[in-house]
Write a protein that binds this ligand. Structure first.
Ligand code: ADP
Ligand code: MG
Length: 243
């Protein structure tokens, strides 16, 4: 069980996350939607302390971290239980696809190199990139780079996968292959928290859709309810804009 309680993040005096409460079941796919500037990326980034929240509790399995007094060890433990897929892939330009996937396995998970390499090759097969193992990011298409980004997250076998608009930096021609890979990850009953503007994809993949506005969760529920019969006015307006 993953549980977030009272998660609060201020930049200067502005509350970007205004006391977020969220519970996620193991294997659940939760899609977060909402206008830009509303705190969606900050929510994901606070869950593994890429941004440091000022208050709140984050629980992943048997690990519970109080943001206000998180130690370095707490933060590392939390990072070991989460895997992040970035909008702009965030691959190391000077490492091959295989080395990008191995990196955190070696440095964060302290796995032996041969073991990390075997896992990386396995994931490259699953992502259909086995023939790109030794290619550098610059030699890959945007879609292939993001598939490496997703493969890197898959390889970690983390309790929670966080996707921050994984297709929004892609040329339209590469969106489909990345969504296909995410569908395959979902079929493995991975716990996924996904920020996306792909409403059709949300409808298809989400067990639950969460609508955020102004640093708060305004409405949430099954996709059929939130996307097709929204009750909040802000959500209705948002869906008219993106839909
Ligand atoms: P979203 O992902 O929903 O578009 P973000 O989480 O990126 O929104 O940002 C929410 C708000 O927090 C925005 O107003 C943004 O300008 C602000 N913000 C994000 N990161 C920082 C930062 N490092 N310093 C100051 N303000 C920030
Ligand atoms: Mg964002």
């Amino acid at each position: 069980m993953i549980s977030v309680q009272g998660l609060t993040k201020r930049f200067d005096s502005t509350a970007v996350l205004d006391g977020i409460d969220l519970e996620i079941e193991p294997g659940e796919r939760v899609v977060v939607i909402g206008p830009s500037g509303t705190g969606k990326s900050t929510l994901l980034r606070c869950l593994n302390f890429l941004d440091r929240p000022q208050a709140g509790t984050i629980t992943i399995g048997d690990l519970s971290v109080d943001a206000a007094k998180a130690s370095r060890a707490d933060i590392l433990a939390l990072r070991r239980r989460t895997a992040f897929v970035f909008q702009n892939y965030a691959l190391f330009a000077n490492k091959t696809a295989k080395e990008n996937i191995m990196e955190a396995l070696v440095t964060v998970q302290k796995r032996p190199k041969a073991d990390a390499e075997a896992r990386a090759l396995e994931v490259l097969r699953e992502t259909g990139l086995d023939n790109k193992a030794d290619s550098y990011p610059a030699a890959l298409s945007g879609g292939q780079q993001q598939r490496v980004g997703i493969g890197r997250a898959m390889a970690l076998d983390a309790g929670l996968m966080l996707f921050d608009e994984p297709t929004s930096a892609l040329d339209p021609e590469w969106v489909g292959e990345v969504l296909d890979l995410m569908r395959r990850v979902a079929e493995q009953r991975q716990t996924m928290l996904i920020v996306t503007h792909e409403i059709q994809f949300a409808r298809e993949i989400a067990d639950r859709v969460v609508f955020m506005d102004g640093g708060r969760i305004v409405e949430q529920g099954p996709p059929g309810k939130v996307l097709d019969a929204p009750s909040d006015d802000r959500l209705r307006r948002f869906l008219r804009r993106v839909g």
